[in-house]
Ligand binder design. Structure first.
Ligand code: G3H
Ligand code: 13P
Ligand code: ZN
Length: 284
């Protein structure tokens, strides 16, 4: 299959009460691991490229690799720009065949975020490209957050309603207590806030910073309406730990295939486990 947009994948997930895994890629081995895992689990899947991945690998390489990867499997695959930083970057990804983009206007005021998101939607929706936006601040790993900080950082349900009414965006990333990267403690998700958002907004909800969130918490979030779950750090951990293991066992190893092959296999395993936790196995 070729690349598909995210809209239909997320609408089906919403109906079926599961979430589609959105896995970050940095290189060829991780792209291969994502589609191999999705195919093995018969799951729809989203491959996404972060700002760091684009800087490292280049949009053109990510686009070419993922296109071939998607064509090599029978399950639907979307290619998504993660935390898109500008209108220009979104348009570059559109030209390179991305089937979905995120425009991250979360650092702007509500009005400016709405304006930027609408500009992107107007430009790419006619091309069949889906758009994710973000409301609230997902941030790096923080420990305990006070109630006042919560209200300042987390997504305000009323604002979410206004945002969706004003944009009709395809997917909305929210801040309810997750953070990117490795956690120091166990993250506590604000499920009451999630429920309030879902009550007001029928748009598929996206959970970022999902590595390190306990499986039960992810499943509870999915049961309340999260339809896309982003995983990056857990793949990096599995990949690099396996590579390190090979190198530690054989200090004389010089063949990259002997290092990256086991790393790729470890990534496949962790992605398969996540797909089962999200309930998207058997859905394609
Ligand atoms: O956006 C979330 C990513 O996990 C950050 O990745 O370091 O590749 O930009 P990056
Ligand atoms: P983690 O690295 O915490 O899994 O976050 C991934 C993410 O949200 C990418 O946008
Ligand atoms: Zn993110």
């Amino acid at each position: 299959m070729g690349l598909v947009s995210m809209t239909e994948l997320l609408q089906q997930a919403q109906k079926g009460k599961y979430a589609v895994g959105a896995f970050n890629c940095n290189n060829m081995e991780i792209v291969q691991a994502i589609v191999t895992a999705a195919q093995a689990e018969h799951a729809p899947v989203i491959i996404q490229a972060s700002q760091g991945a684009i800087k490292y690998a280049g949009v053109e390489f990510i686009s070419a690799l993922t296109k071939i990867a998607a064509e090599s499997v029978q399950v639907p695959v979307a290619l998504h720009l993660d935390h898109g930083s500008s209108f220009a970057q979104v348009m570059q990804c559109a030209r390179y065949g991305f089937s979905s983009v995120m425009i991250d206007g979360s650092k702007h005021s509500l009005e400016d975020n709405i304006a930027l998101t609408n500009k992107v939607i107007e430009a790419v929706r006619p091309l069949g490209i889906s758009v994710e936006a973000e409301l609230g601040k997902i941030g790096g790993t923080e420990d305990d957050v006070s109630v006042a900080e919560r209200d300042a950082l987390f997504t305000d349900p009323e604002e979410a309603e206004r945002f969706v009414q004003a944009t009709q965006v395809d997917a909305l990333a929210i801040a309810i207590g997750t953070a990117h990267g490795q956690y120091q403690g166990v993250p506590k998700l604000d499920f009451a806030r999630l429920r309030e958002i879902v009550k007001r907004v029928s748009t598929p909800i996206v959970l970022h910073g999902s590595s390190g969130v306990p499986d039960e918490a992810i499943q509870e979030a999915v049961s309340h309406g999260v339809c896309k779950v982003n995983i990056d750090t857990n793949i990096r951990e599995a990949f690099v730990t396996a590579a390190r293991g090979v190198l530690e066992q054989n200090l004389k190893e010089i063949d990259p295939r002997n290092v990256l092959g086991p790393a790729r296999a470890a990534a496949v395993e962790v992605i398969r486990e996540k797909i089962r936790v999200f309930g998207s196995n058997g859905k394609a």
